[in-house]
Structure formats: structure tokens, C-alpha cells
Ligand binder design. Structure first.
Ligand SMILES: *[C@@H]1O[C@H](CO)[C@@H](O)[C@H](O)[C@H]1NC(C)=O
Ligand SMILES: *[C@@H]1O[C@H](CO)[C@@H](O)[C@H](O)[C@H]1NC(C)=O
Ligand SMILES: *[C@@H]1O[C@H](CO)[C@@H](O)[C@H](O)[C@H]1NC(C)=O
Length: 397
């Protein structure tokens, strides 16, 4: 008898753990091809207040969505399963002023799963404006596809972010978040469509993901700590970056970025650290780029302390961001510019410090001379096989 009741209890426990209560948006009034923001917010309210683990389900089908804010904290772990295609309004004006398109905030233990797509419908109405800052000032900002603010202990797997109007994903003040098997898709010519931007966050992992977009595949802003980017296929895109740092006063350091086992195909940059000239103070250290393959990349390895994508910078005034403890190891492949390694460090703060490069083999795929390395205000330490040869110590200014 004792054994039996124990067994029954165990089975009950297993079922309770495995079987999350499902909140299907179609039970809350969502219909294919119709606008679903009310149904989605009602389903979220019910799922988020459930005492047991719950699943909010967006089933297969096409749904239109003007805006969604998924706000926690929730009572129990929550899964959002996206199997359908969720489509944004084409005109950014339709999304309420000040909101992003889809936002998750103050949620812990969130799992986003499914095989669906969130389609930001970037294109004619948002991409030609090329300057989101200007657009914001004009009162018509371009929205991110997915925003995560104050999200903790969470994962995003399986889904695709397509054609965002602005960044695909923006993380702000997040901790312990994993993107695994996440996809980003936008044309090479789409401006500002950063794949995943991480800011003010700690212990974030992006792995086994394919990112094809018009801007940085992954970028790491100030205040980031322990960022792991592994097994990412980047391209088209502008590379995997740390920065641009130093633009704003009081930026917090970037410490610990690990980019490993990634491939870059036809991208503008590969391993990229960028800081603004004429900048505020900043600090970037403990940065690792390891086991990378470059396929026709314009700048496979680049530290760019005179990063200035807009014309208003004072390029003659140095960057005040200190870049130190950078480790670049086992990088192979082809470059479309002869300067396959560009280390353009600032004249300020004694330049870059402790930059170590080992085992690189980068060939120049073009006819403007041999492949070379370029060094300014840095004395890299080379070990292993270095092709093309490193900057000669006395040639370094
Ligand atoms: C980092 O985040 C992952 C995923 O949430 C978690 O499993 C791991 O324990 C975290 N590591 C630390 C040191 O907090
Ligand atoms: C490297 O990344 C690929 C995905 O691009 C993955 O399939 C493979 O398992 C990774 N290899 C290692 C050693 O982690
Ligand atoms: C460097 O890479 C090229 C092809 O990208 C290859 O042909 C060559 O053997 C490599 N060199 C060494 C020393 O590994």
C-alpha cells in the first residue's frame, strides 16, 4: 500500500512537472490573418498569473500583431511557443509611440520555443530612412523586433526573426539568457538590422545560430560581462562586434567576451572591436576571438578605435576607451582587402595593451598586393604560425 501510494504520487509529480497548462491564443479570440494584440495580452495575463508552469501558444498560421508587451514577474516558469508567423504592421506609425514591437520585461524563467517566425516587415517604409536616431527625433522611431529588458534565467530557441525595421533583438539589463538555434534573416542591404545587440547584461550566450542581416550579426555594448558567442554563422552582415564604445558619458566596462567557432561569409568585418574617436572614457578587456573561419571578409580582424559611421565625429581627437587583454587565436580564411589584420588603436591611454595573436592564416583574395597586417599604437604578441607575418616591432608606432 505504501509503495503504491508513493508510486501514484510520483506519477502525479512527473505529470505536474511535464504538463504545463496551455494557453492557446486562438482560445482567447485570435484568428488567422487578424490582428491579435488583445488576444495575446489576455492569454499572457492568464498564463503569467497561473500558479503552475504554463505555455502560451501561438499555433501554426499567420497572425497580424500591432504591438505586444509581455510583462512579468510571472507566478511560475512560462513558455511562449511560437509555431505560427507573427507579422508586424508595415507602417511603423501603427505601432504605439514609445513602444517596441514585441517586448519581454521583468520575466524570469522564460522559454521561447517553436519553429515560427516574427516578421517585422522592414522594407520600403522603414529601411530607406537609414538613420533611426534622426527618425526618432522626428517622432517616428523604427522599432526593434524583439526586446528583452530585465529578463533572467531564460532561453530563446528555434524561432526566426525576419526583416526587422531596426535591430532584430535588443537585450538590456538581462542575466543568464541563452539564444540557441535562433535565426535571423534580413537582406544585406537592410540598414541597422543588428541581429542581437547586448547591453548592460551578464552571462549571455548565443550559440548554434544562423544570422544573416544588414548590420552586425551580434554586437556587445557597454556594461556587458561574460558574453559567449559560439557556433554562429554570420553573413551577410557586418561581423561580430564589441562596441561601438565611448559615445556616451559614464559607460560601464565590457569584461569577458568569448567568440568561438564562428564562420563569417561575405561580411564587412569578422572579429571587430570598435570605439568612437573624440570619445568619453570607457574600457574593454578580456576579449577572446577563437577558432574562426573567414570566407571573403573585408576586414577579418579589426580593432577600430576611430570608428565613425556618421560624418559628425572629430576623427583627429583620440578615443578614450582603453582596449586591453585581447586574445585572437586560430583564425583562418580569406579577406577581400590586403590589410587582413587592422589594429588601429588610439593614441590615448598608451594604445591597446596585451593584444595576443596566435595561429592565423589569412589570405588576400585580390590583386592589390600581398596580404599584410596593420598596427597602430599596439605591440601585439605573436605566437604560433602567423600568416601573413605580424607587424615588425620597430615598424610599430
Ligand atoms: C549562465 O547562464 C546559464 C543559462 O541561463 C546558466 O545555466 C549558468 O548557470 C549561468 N552561469 C553563471 C555563472 O551564472
Ligand atoms: C561549431 O559550430 C557548429 C555550428 O556552426 C556546430 O555544429 C559545431 O558542433 C561546433 N563545433 C564545436 C567543436 O563546438
Ligand atoms: C594557409 O591557408 C591556405 C588556404 O587558405 C592554404 O593553402 C595554406 O596551406 C595554409 N598555410 C599553412 C601554413 O597552413
Amino acid at each position: 500500500m505504501k509503495f503504491k501510494s508513493c508510486l501514484v504520487f510520483s506519477i502525479f509529480l512527473v505529470i505536474a512537472i511535464v504538463k504545463a497548462e496551455v494557453f492557446d491564443i486562438t482560445k482567447f479570440g485570435a484568428k488567422p490573418d487578424a490582428e491579435i494584440s488583445k488576444a495575446l495580452s489576455d492569454a499572457w495575463a492568464a498564463a503569467c498569473s497561473a500558479q503552475q508552469p504554463s505555455q502560451l501558444l501561438i499555433p501554426k498560421g499567420r497572425f497580424c500583431l500591432n504591438v505586444a508587451e509581455f510583462k512579468g514577474p510571472c507566478k511560475a516558469p512560462i513558455e511562449v511557443k511560437i509555431d505560427g508567423t507573427v507579422v508586424a504592421p508595415e507602417d511603423p506609425i501603427v505601432i504605439p509611440k514609445g513602444a517596441q514591437w514585441i517586448t519581454f520585461s521583468y520575466v524570469s524563467g522564460l522559454k521561447i520555443t517553436g519553429s515560427g517566425t516574427v516578421d517585422g516587415v522592414g522594407g520600403a517604409m522603414s529601411w530607406p530612412t537609414d538613420d533611426p536616431i534622426n527618425t526618432i527625433e522626428k517622432g517616428s522611431p523604427l522599432q526593434y523586433n524583439l526586446c528583452f529588458n530585465f529578463v533572467k534565467d531564460s532561453s530563446i530557441t528555434g524561432i526566426t526573426s525576419k526583416d526587422s525595421k531596426n535591430y532584430h533583438v535588443n537585450l538590456m539589463t538581462c542575466t543568464n539568457v541563452i539564444f540557441d538555434n535562433f535565426h535571423v534573416s534580413a537582406p544585406q542591404a537592410s540598414p541597422n538590422t543588428v541581429g542581437i545587440h547586448i547591453g548592460w547584461s551578464k552571462n549571455i550566450t548565443v550559440k548554434n545560430s544562423v544570422i544573416e542581416t544588414g548590420d552586425d550579426c551580434v554586437s556587445t555594448g557597454d556594461g556587458c560581462e561574460s558574453i559567449h558567442i559560439e557556433g554562429v554563422k554570420c553573413g551577410p552582415g557586418r561581423g561580430i562586434s564589441v562596441g561601438g564604445l565611448g559615445r556616451n558619458k559614464g559607460e560601464k566596462p565590457v569584461v569577458g567576451v568569448f567568440v568561438k567557432n564562428c564562420t563569417f561569409t561575405g561580411t564587412e568585418n569578422g572579429a571587430w572591436i570598435k570605439t568612437w574617436p573624440h570619445s568619453h572614457r570607457g574600457d574593454a578587456s578580456d576579449i577572446h576571438f577563437e577558432d574562426l573561419v573567414m570566407d571573403k571578409v573585408e576586414n577579418p580582424i579589426i580593432i577600430e578605435q576611430d570608428y565613425c559611421p556618421h560624418i559628425e565625429c572629430k576623427k583627429n581627437s583620440p578615443s578614450e576607451v582603453k582596449v586591453h587583454n585581447v586574445f585572437i587565436k586560430n583564425v583562418k580564411g580569406t579577406s577581400t582587402s590586403p590589410e587582413v589584420v587592422k589594429l588601429r588603436c588610439s593614441t590615448s591611454n598608451d594604445g591597446c595593451e596585451n593584444v595576443q595573436i596566435s595561429d592565423i592564416n589569412l589570405t588576400y583574395d585580390g590583386n592589390k598586393g600581398p596580404a599584410v597586417q596593420e598596427c597602430h599604437n599596439v605591440k601585439p604578441v605573436y605566437t604560433g604560425q602567423i600568416l601573413p607575418p605580424g607587424c615588425a616591432p620597430d615598424a610599430i608606432n
